[in-house]
Ligand binder design. Structure first.
Ligand code: CMC
Length: 374
């Protein structure tokens, strides 16, 4: 007999995991036991990647080794650049990324090839994603390919790949923190997609391809780009109120607000609000920050909704000079760590993920030959 349907699998506990804990009522996010606020304050993206993959913070030697390894794995195989060269320049970068991750699997060296050590594949994908994004972005702008720049840390390399110049210390740190905040988030839709794929005993590259396709949607990773569109539509603080009320009256969603799990403010939004202000102050431009504060005020007053991670991230990326269609790919360049950590966990305690549906269509219809149908 069918049970009660939980639309969108809301509140369904699908599996056990040791990677990430969200306290939706307390507004806390924990990676492997560590509070996100402490990690954002004190750690780096590479340390967090190590933590998520291996379950513990690295020693100095382990961290240095991981940094060196990630820098060494940045090169894109020539066969893949050949494919990237044939993708129309107008294509959305998330679509390009999905194709690239899938194609990459064919050209990997033995140590990271699908089916080989999965941790190697996890590190390879994390290292190469910024190179793929940078390659495509530069090509569409008519610029020559990038050098892999092994001396740069992950965040600075990503910044360099997306805008062709290194960032200041503050800019590098702002992106590093954004990457830390996006690295994992329990069973979000894209991670769930990755785990479903892995649960069939499929390979890591296939799982990450599923995840990239899932992250792309505006209800998940694509929201921050839409937030910036809304801010640009508003233009000035005094227009926010009427525009938001108009959208809500038409039952449109305001991107960057609401969350399936958080019933209070998303702790990542709190940290990014601060960085939106800091980046704005450093660039002598608080235009977006002020619009966002007004947006928060109006949406909370009208709907009682709190900001999520996507509300402030776009303003930080814009100030860093990252084009808006690369915001979701930046999310992917961080979340790939969480996806792969979850896939590795899935492999360790594997059970095919296969829920059931409550059938609400007809039964007992009689088949009529095609010429006898009305
Ligand atoms: N704007 C307007 N109304 C909203 C919003 C919003 N952003 N979020 C929720 N609601 C309303 C919704 O219309 C519904 O109202 P009613 O009951 O009157 O029909 C009620 O709140 C519940 O909505 P729901 O869609 O059933 O709730 P959910 O748990 O499925 O929503 C969500 C989660 C993130 C899909 C939703 O809040 C949303 O669409 N937000 C905007 C998109 C966005 O910012 N996404 C980024 C999420 S955080 C990054 C990530 O982890 O992916």
């Amino acid at each position: 007999m069918a049970g009660e349907v939980q639309r969108g699998l809301e509140d369904v506990v699908a599996l056990e995991s040791q990677i990430c804990f969200i306290d939706g009522h307390g507004g806390r996010l924990i990676y492997r036991g560590y509070d996100i606020r402490e990690l954002a304050e004190q750690s780096t993206f590479e340390e967090v990647a190590y933590l998520l993959w291996y379950g513990r913070l690295p020693t100095r030697a382990q961290l240095d080794e991981l940094r060196t390894r990630l820098a060494r794995l940045r090169e894109i195989p020539a066969e893949l650049t050949g494919i990237l060269d044939r993708i129309p320049k107008e294509c959305a970068p998330m679509d390009v990324l999905r194709t690239a991750v899938s194609a990459l699997a064919h050209f990997e060296p033995a140590e990271t090839r699908p089916g080989a050590s999965s941790i190697g594949g996890a590190q390879r994908l994390t290292a190469v994603l910024p190179s793929i994004l940078g390659y495509f972005h530069r090509r569409r702008k008519g610029l020559p390919p990038l050098a892999p720049r092994p001396e740069l840390g992950h965040a600075q390399y990503l910044l360099y790949a997306l805008r062709d110049r290194e960032g200041s210390e503050l800019e590098g740190r702002a992106l590093d923190i954004a990457l830390i905040l996006h690295a994992d988030h329990e069973l979000n839709a894209s991670t769930f997609a990755a785990r479903v794929t892995a649960s069939t005993l499929s390979d890591l590259y296939s799982a990450v391809t599923s995840a990239v396709g899932t992250l792309k949607g505006p209800l998940h990773g694509g929201a921050n780009e839409r937030v910036m569109e809304l801010l640009n539509e508003c233009g000035t603080v005094d227009r926010v109120d009427a525009i938001v009320r108009g959208k809500l009256a038409r039952h449109e969603r305001i991107m960057g607000f609401g969350h399936r799990v958080y019933k209070v403010e998303d702790p990542r939004a709190t940290i990014l609000r601060d960085w939106s202000y800091r980046a704005g102050e450093a660039h002598h431009d608080l235009h977006y920050f002020e619009l966002l504060r007004e947006l928060e005020r109006v949406v909370h007053r009208e709907k009682g909704l709190y900001p999520n991670v996507d509300l402030y991230s776009g303003s930080v990326y814009t100030l860093l000079g990252i084009p808006s269609d690369l915001f979701t790919p930046v999310f992917a360049a961080s979340r790939v760590v969480g996806w792969t950590a979850h896939v590795l966990e899935e492999y360790q305690d594997l059970r095919l993920i296969r829920p059931t549906a409550q059938y609400i269509g007809p039964v007992d219809l009689r088949y009529a030959p095609v010429d006898q149908r009305a």
